[in-house]
Design a protein around this ligand. Sequence first.
Ligand code: BES
Ligand code: ZN
Ligand code: ZN
Length: 555
Amino acid sequence: MASSTTHARSAATGPLSRAGWSVCRLALPIRKTLGGKLSHTPLDRPVVRLVRRAMRIDLHGGSLGELAVDVLAIPVFENELVHSWAFREVDAALGGLLGKTLADEGFDGASEKTATLHVPAHIAAGRVVVVGLGPAKSFRPADARLLGASAARVAGRAAAKRVGVALPDTPARPEALVEAAAAGLELGAYRYDTYRTEAAKDAPRRASIVLPSGSARDRKSARAGIERGALIARCVNEARDLVNGPANEITPTRLADYARALAREHGLGVEVLDRKKCEKLGMGLFLAVARGARETPRFIHLTYAPKGRKAKRSVALVGKGITFDSGGLSLKTAKQMEDMKTDMAGGAAVLACMAAIARLRPPIRVHAICAATENMPSGDAYRPGDVFRSMTGRSVEVLNTDAEGRLTLADALGYAVRQKPDEIIELSTLTGACMVALGRYTAGLMSRDDALAARLLAAAHEAGEDFWRLPLVERLSEDLRSEVADCKNIGSGYGGAISAGHFLVPFAKDVPFAHCDIAGPASAERAWGVHPKGATGIGVMTLVEYVTRTLPADA
Ligand code: BES
Ligand code: ZN
Ligand code: ZN
């Protein structure tokens, strides 16, 4: 099952379309990075797959009944079973058995509900999974991801190789549906099994997507849709790998290695600053957080520049990169620490999305910036009461060393401003307060710039990720006043997500700035939507949508 490094390299360098329109290829440098040199690994038997194989995805032209797959996913809208063309076709072939089974089970097509039926005869598919898409009137193309993901998940459990996905009959553009289905297939096939000694069941290898009979079928744009969907989903899966990766493996150095590998594969600019260089730049806040850690910090900067033409606009993406957050001297409890390897989810998202951006070649200059370090207690650790100066010159009184993300981000923002971007978008697992406010499925967006906020919310909506704007209530910024420095790093405790937002704002100076708190949706307590338990890769799809579609249309 494990592919060789050679495979990795050929998959990486081949042009997206070389091997035929049904194949999507994307380098997976993290697999190589992890597989290549597990130098100081404490695990005595590291089990590492070098490359996760890309699924072969094609468009099926024939009838549904003839589609020879192990698992066939078919869509139904809520309380509209009989209006689903796929349902009608399969039900007719089965002599009404499908409808009867669904009625017996009380299946109504509510969103994310599925029903699986083994089919011994009459159609070529081995089993059918009926996927509820919720009410037809609220359907968005991104919802079709659920179809691909359900097919891949059912197939994965059964170790089945071939899957089929029937798309719903809606006014949406066919290529948008095809793109979503392809993304769903890759997202649903994802498993984090790098360290499982016992080989997990194989993920499905081949998939066919079927458009409603009679719908306009432009092969070229369908192919582009498949490639785009699978490409972006594989970036999400890379971000998931980084976030699921344990903190003893995914260190700041490893994150930097990943960024360098991305740069090599995709022709991006890369710069990695060590402690000394950060000192020279005056990153007093980032280095204060890094002081207590044995692991050396890394400040990571990737750049994508459009080739042969002038960039229409420049955007800096900044991600929080705390590879483990113990809280520092303001130590967390054991329970609070359990999931703190995920405290670099923002950094993982801004780095991983660069592979898709490089391939999709928008006319926009893009910086991905991540100040990576652990937050640890030690004799060298920074203390509550300490005062440090940021790269921008602003001084900060640290009253809680567990509010470390905003400190590292402050210097990352200072560095981003120096790149002279037209705007800065920052993603971070910043506050427990944001999870309290919005729950585990929704990211909190804060910005003083209404136009930027509106653009980002629109991109998130298109990308099918849930972002909700929180107000930067002016009076709450008063909580950050310090007697001894320009500000302190914690507020009063009330409105904690917003005080964190306020803390960041001055560091972006006069550059339009949006802060996205992804503490809730960065990882899932249990599987939901297209996500398995664990890392979700939140942000990648929104950022790619924003940079490749929202901005180019707007600029
Ligand atoms: N990384 C945490 C935020 C977090 C908590 C993310 C739970 C995901 C799940 C952050 O560094 C932190 O500890 N924030 C503190 C801030 C407080 C000390 C002002 C928090 O939210 O409690
Ligand atoms: Zn913290
Ligand atoms: Zn943190």
